[in-house]
Write a protein that binds this ligand. Structure first.
Ligand SMILES: *Cc1c(COP(=O)(O)O)cnc(C)c1O
Length: 491
């Protein structure tokens, strides 16, 4: 095994930046002292009477402090991160370069539109690209993440139905749905109706027919679904729901499997969200804010959040005059820096490049499925899309749970896959390698997973006490979240 199993420096306690502080130590010199009378125009109530309690450090101490902190957690720049459903692909540095451009980063959100045409052009072009990729007619970039995109769309669905005379009461989701789906349904004021999956892991169309009626406002589906399987009867499903006057929502978190191959708008969906931070390579998972644009068909366009960017002759403008809009869902215009990153990624990949992204993502997932099935149960063992769900049932029979497998992966410097989701698979391990990993990385992961399987036979106790090399060992996860032990600096 090539990987180092012991990373000593990780186990060293890192002091707080305040504890490193020494009076008078400085990181840089201000060329000329700021004259004290230069703040005269600031009213005295707004001025400090005592200096702020900032730590005093040299530049290299600051640099080392944050660099050391950054490697204590796992992130995509450190190593493989096959977290299913979350699309932890590599975030190209050119995205960061563009987002940091002062022409974007130094703007004020209240600047008149005529002074920020370039910034609006980014939003306009990004919206146009998302329309093209998804096959919809209009887009809002405002929601802060996928979950908020779901809520935004459901509020639009409610407004649409209300306008027709009846908001309706129920929204259907399959039992494989992501947890944000039922949460969004309840927050939007609807009742959740659960649809059991068929034995093939797909929507059970007969069961759907039985629960469809005029009280159903919508069906929410993930396609490919959370088992990584494509809903092959999707057009039949969307027309059944339309048949009772309901709308169909696609949870677009798995769009990384579809780019340039097929489009939700062509499958009969009325709306879908797009997780820019998953599919379009902007940092997430402790690394930055998200963005969850929603794309809709023409009949839902009047309900989009305010404001919408529109082109009037040669000028881009904010359109606020939209009487049927559900209103704002976020401050200002959404997470703008993410829009810049996503458009940069789209333009640098180009249409053919995006098509390759999905093909390679699908190939990588199937490569792992075939390589791992000798040791791990694959509950739906047929070609999958961009992710594959394994079950740790065989290992569990030897006393090793999926949690133990996940914890042991940490010792090899690999982020564990998503575990215990989807809920319909026992001891689930949901692996999404993404297109940005090399064959060597995948082979190394396979070797590690096979070694863990051998250990589950020969040395199960080794797995049950893992991890050994991380800054902290096994935590009581419930207590770790509820009884935070946060050290802070006191005088
Ligand atoms: C990630 C995800 C969501 C929620 O998106 P966020 O951007 O994390 O809010 C919804 N559904 C599925 C299937 C997802 O993977």
């Amino acid at each position: 095994m090539k990987r180092q199993q012991c990373i000593q420096s990780l186990q060293k306690e890192i002091p707080l930046v305040f504890e490193l502080s020494r009076p008078g130590r400085i990181g840089y010199d201000v060329p000329t002292p700021v004259p004290s009378d230069s703040f005269k125009s600031v009213p005295s109530v707004l001025r400090r009477s005592t200096p702020p309690r900032l730590p005093e450090l040299s530049e290299n101490l600051v640099m080392r402090h944050y660099t050391n902190l950054s490697v204590r957690n796992h992130h995509i720049d450190r190593d493989f991160y096959p977290l299913g459903s979350c699309t932890m692909k590599y975030n190209p540095r050119v995205n960061e370069h563009m987002a940091a451009h002062p022409g974007f980063a130094s703007l004020h959100p209240l600047q008149p539109a005529v002074t920020v045409q370039g910034a609006l052009e980014v939003m306009y072009r990004l919206s146009e690209a998302l329309k093209e990729i998804t096959g919809f007619d209009a887009v809002t970039l405002q929601p802060a993440a996928g979950a908020q995109g779901e809520l935004t769309a459901l509020l639009m669905f409610r407004a649409f139905h209300k306008k027709q005379g009846n908001p309706r009461r129920k929204v259907i989701i399959p039992d494989s749905a992501h947890g944000t789906n039922p949460a969004s349904i309840v927050i939007a004021g609807y009742e959740v109706v659960e649809l059991p999956s068929g034995p093939d892991g797909l929507v059970n169309v007969d069961a759907l027919k039985r629960i469809l009626n005029e009280d159903v406002a919508a069906l929410m589906l993930t396609n490919p679904n959370t088992l990584g399987l494509f809903e092959s009867r999707i057009e039949e499903i969307t027309s059944l729901v339309h048949g009772v006057g309901g709308l169909v929502y696609m949870d677009g978190a798995n769009l990384n499997a579809l780019l340039g191959i097929c489009r939700p708008g062509d499958m009969g969906f009325d709306a879908c969200h797009i997780n820019l931070h998953k599919t379009f390579s902007t940092p997430h998972g402790g690394g930055g804010p998200g963005s969850g644009p929603v794309a809709v068909k023409r009949h839902l366009e009047p309900f989009l959040p305010l404001p919408v960017v529109t082109r009037q002759n040669d000028l881009l403008e904010w359109d606020w005059d939209r009487p049927d809009s559900i209103g704002r869902v976020l401050t200002f215009f959404g997470n703008y820096g993410v829009h810049v990153r996503a458009l940069t990624y789209l333009l640098s990949m180009g249409g053919n490049g995006l098509h390759d992204v999905s093909e390679v993502a699908i190939l990588n997932a199937n490569y792992l499925r075939v390589k791992l099935r000798e040791a791990y149960e694959v509950p739906f063992d047929r070609p999958s899309m961009h992710e594959v769900v394994l079950s740790g049932d065989r290992q569990k029979a030897r006393g090793v749970r999926t949690t133990d497998i996940a914890k042991r992966l940490l010792d090899y410097g690999v982020h564990p896959p998503t575990v215990y989701f989807p809920l319909i698979v026992h001891e689930a391990l949901m692996i999404e390698p993404t297109e940005s990993e090399s064959k060597e990385t995948l082979d190394e992961f396979v070797e590690i997973m096979l070694q863990i399987d051998r250990d589950s036979v020969e040395n199960p106790d080794l797995l049950k006490a893992a991890p050994y090399t991380t800054p902290v060992r096994r935590l009581d996860e419930a207590a770790a979240a509820r009884a935070l032990d946060v050290r802070y600096f006191k005088d």
